[in-house]
Ligand binder design. Structure first.
Ligand code: HEM
Length: 440
């Protein structure tokens, strides 16, 4: 028998509104809807009625079993207009062919070649941290590390000379794709973004032109930009779309992952001390490298737990291309379908004490009975994040280097969960405010 998908009644809507005001976060509202309505619910705002599917079975349904009837591309969403034919927002043969072309740059075998760049960039940006004598905005600082790592490794381009002119434009584009009034009014005019798009496009098309001009004289052609420039049938516009996809998907997520990790370590000084002791024991005073990663067990668990608590990509949007049935609920073709790593990762039926930061829950003996799709920070199925192995190495290398060199303490005050393009920590209108001091 077909069941009706629950929608918020006045009581649930009021509870969600109260939670959002109390926590100053939209995520608190979604948690209230989930608590009040269960694992399948639909929002009923005018013009915006996504169906939320929560839990391991829902994740498997969206990511694997119903994948062919769910489209990534939602034409009217700003991210589609921005990324055009980018891997993140295309479907079918166009997507699959491009993913095959791009994979070698992100394959596990390519990662050792990126580590020195990760360490070097971390050092270049953090060189002044220990001497400032005032709190830093770590969200901002980590972005200054993650963006050059992305361009240095994927494009073999040093962005630092262009960073001052590009910085505001990149932040503006992240704002452009963040949830906002366009959700309920898709055709709403959105003035004020054109200059940012032009600035970033000018830079990307320049990189493409320059690479085409020098490709035959280069010794090293294994980076993504060189791969795309030499791939048959790939136009400059398509390359621009993939590069911009990487700029957005490949640095904002890592920034959020590391910023939340520092926020959580700041809130749990015992975990911070343990992570630092592990880095000292495994890496010592030298540079962190591939050979250390397998032995940084506690760091591994800290990063996993950080992405459980605050998955940077907190939800995934799809468009139902056909009528669907999920566990007796009918989802009509044309519906927006959402899966939520955030709500699944805090599901009380799946996690012991879900609101407790407990890296040791990732010890092998404690997770044996956890369902497969209970933890999906990188999505799953054939379209699992193509940058997952890269992000896992980057997370550990950058974290290890920073813990090796600095101590961190939070500026007192509440940390708010901000729903931007990814989930971000926010304190008093700024990002993550921490005192950072050079060690010993
Ligand atoms: C902590 C870091 C990261 C997280 C949490 C993350 C998360 C995700 C998730 C959840 C998806 C699937 C979205 C969906 O199902 O709708 C995804 C896809 C994607 N990610 Fe990541 N990501 C991270 C880092 C990266 C990096 C470093 C890159 C590139 C260097 C990258 C590039 C992409 C791309 C291109 C896709 C689309 C793949 C496809 O559809 O075939 N991501 N990511």
């Amino acid at each position: 028998m077909t069941q009706t998908i629950p929608v918020p009644d006045n009581v649930t809507a009021l509870a969600a509104l109260r939670a959002m005001i109390r926590e100053r976060s939209v995520m608190a509202g979604l948690e209230a809807f989930h608590a009040g309505l269960g694992d399948v619910f639909r929002l009923n705002l005018p013009g915006f009625a996504p169906v939320f599917l929560i839990g391991p079975e829902a994740n498997r349904f969206v990511l694997v079993s119903a994948r062919d009837d769910l489209r990534w591309r939602l034409e009217s969403d700003p991210i589609d207009r921005l990324l055009r034919t980018g891997l993140l927002v295309t479907d079918g043969a166009l997507h699959d062919g491009m993913r095959r072309t791009m994979s070698p740059a992100l394959h596990r075998q390519a990662l050792p070649g990126y580590v020195a760049q990760m360490v070097h960039t971390t050092d270049a940006i953090s060189a002044r941290w220990g001497h400032l004598g005032q709190p830093l905005d770590l969200l901002d600082e980590i972005r200054r590390i993650a963006l050059p790592i992305l361009t240095g490794t994927m494009f073999d381009v040093n962005v630092l000379p262009d960073l001052n002119t590009l910085w505001d434009a990149v932040l503006k584009l992240l704002k452009y794709i963040s949830p906002g009034a366009w959700l309920v009014w898709p055709g709403a005019p959105r003035p004020g973004y054109g200059w940012a798009m032009r600035q970033v496009d000018d830079w990307l098309y320049r990189l493409i032109r320059e690479r085409r001009a020098t490709i035959h004289t280069r010794e090293h052609c294994a980076d993504l930009l060189s791969i795309l420039v030499t791939a048959p049938g790939v136009t400059d516009d398509m390359i621009r779309d993939q590069l911009l996809t990487m700029v957005i998907a490949g640095h904002d997520t890592s920034t959020a992952m590391l910023a939340w990790t520092f926020a959580l370590l700041g809130q749990h000084p015992d975990a911070l001390a343990r992570a630092q002791a592990e880095v000292d024991a495994v890496v010592g005073a030298g540079d962190p490298g591939m050979e250390h990663l397998d032995r940084l067990d506690y760091l591994d668990r800290v990063l996993k737990e950080s992405m459980r608590f605050y998955p940077p990509a907190h939800l995934g949007n799809r468009l139902a291309a056909a009528d669907l049935d999920f566990e007796g609920y009918h989802i009509p073709a044309g519906s927006r379908v959402v899966y939520s790593p955030y709500l699944t990762h805090r599901h009380p039926a799946l996690w012991d004490d879900p609101l407790r930061f407990d890296p040791d829950r990732w010890l092998p003996e404690r997770g044996a009975d956890r369902p497969h799709y209970a933890y999906v920070p990188f999505g799953g199925g054939a379209r699992t994040c193509i940058g997952m192995p890269f992000a896992q190495v980057e997370g550990k290398i950058v974290l290890a280097r920073l813990l090796q060199r600095f101590t961190f303490a939070l500026v007192p005050g509440p940390i708010r969960v901000y729903m931007g393009a990814t989930l971000e920590p926010r304190m008093n209108g700024a990002g993550l405010r921490m005192h950072v001091r050079a060690r010993g």
